[in-house]
Ligand binder design. Structure first.
Ligand SMILES: [Zn+2]
Length: 306
């Protein structure tokens, strides 16, 4: 009798041990850091329940005037993997990595994307706002998916499935945007925005964006630059302006006043809104931006998407 009980106890222990240590039950959670909120959302869409992402530049934050804090150093040190956009957007990343002592993997989400350059004061500058073209967003997803698989190979099928579904969704959004804008006469596809964040978007979807400020929205705009812009806006009959969710828009309003332009609304070129806002995911920012632009162009054949 005593031996039977002993055997029973041992059997229960054995079953529990197998259950606890079975590879099928081990679920890894990757601790990641992303430099800005759009990238965070893309990583979460692919990583699902196997990832926890901390964001350095929070929703509605300014990407171009960011300065890392000691708290950011701590986040890096506690993480398994760090994601940045690259293309000069995070000029502070090397300093932050060396200050934190982080020795893990640094993933450049924009790696492999064909970039656009503009003329700077002294040399050519690469435009970092690549995500505003949905095809580039698909590159981000692929890079993120590969990095997650390399970090957590056991969950490869999970990441691949989610990545594939997400890419399909982005492809549909790209087709929708192209179809909608194609229905708008070229002359109407011109707007004024705060800074030069929609270069990739404009190239892909056939929109001309006029901006008083360059790529980093900190460049000084001279009085003669403003006068030239006002002249161009009047000549080309551009009648709608938009403001960015995250930047100072006083120059745009000044130009709008001088030219009698109408306000088209707020665009989300580079950060998400907060959770309860209009654009709390990457795809929502894109849909919101496309819908707002189409509305301003008064396209009677176009269909908004929610
Ligand atoms: Zn920007």
């Amino acid at each position: 009798m005593y031996n039977m009980k002993k055997i029973q106890r041992f059997s229960i222990f054995l079953v529990l041990s197998l259950y606890i240590y079975s590879p099928l039950t081990i679920s890894k959670t990757i601790n990641a850091v992303a430099s800005f909120s759009i990238l965070t959302d893309i990583i979460e869409q692919v990583g699902g329940e196997h990832i926890k992402v901390s964001t350095l530049i929070k929703p509605n934050g300014d990407l171009h005037s960011y300065s890392p804090s000691p708290q950011d150093s701590k986040l890096l040190l506690q993480s398994d993997i760090v994601f940045i956009n690259g293309l000069g957007l995070e000029g502070w990343i090397d300093r932050l990595i060396s200050a934190s002592g982080y020795r893990g993997r640094l993933v450049i989400a924009s790696h492999g994307i064909h970039t656009r350059t503009i003329d700077g004061k002294y040399n050519k500058i690469i435009d970092p706002h690549v995500w505003n073209n949905m095809n580039n967003g698909i590159h981000y997803v692929t890079n993120v998916m590969n990095a997650l698989i390399a970090t957590d190979p056991k969950d490869m099928n999970y990441f691949k499935k989610r990545g594939k579904e997400y890419i399909h969704h982005l492809q549909q959004l790209d087709i929708w945007a192209k179809t909608q804008f194609a229905a708008v006469p070229l002359q109407k596809r011109k707007v004024l925005t705060s800074h030069d964040a929609f270069g990739y978007f404009g190239h892909e979807y056939g929109i001309t964006f006029i901006t008083p400020v360059g790529l980093d929205n900190e460049t000084e705009t001279s009085a003669s630059d403003l006068a030239r812009l006002i002249k161009q806006i009047k000549k080309e009959k551009i009648n709608t302006y938009f403001i960015d969710n995250q930047t100072n828009d006083h120059l745009v309003k000044q130009i709008a006043e001088a030219t009698g332009m109408q306000v088209g609304g707020t665009l989300y070129p580079e950060t998400l809104s907060n959770t309860h806002g209009l654009a709390s995911t990457y795809t929502q920012t894109f849909k919101h931006n496309v819908n707002m632009l189409l509305n301003s162009m008064q396209c009677i054949h176009c269909t908004s998407i929610g």
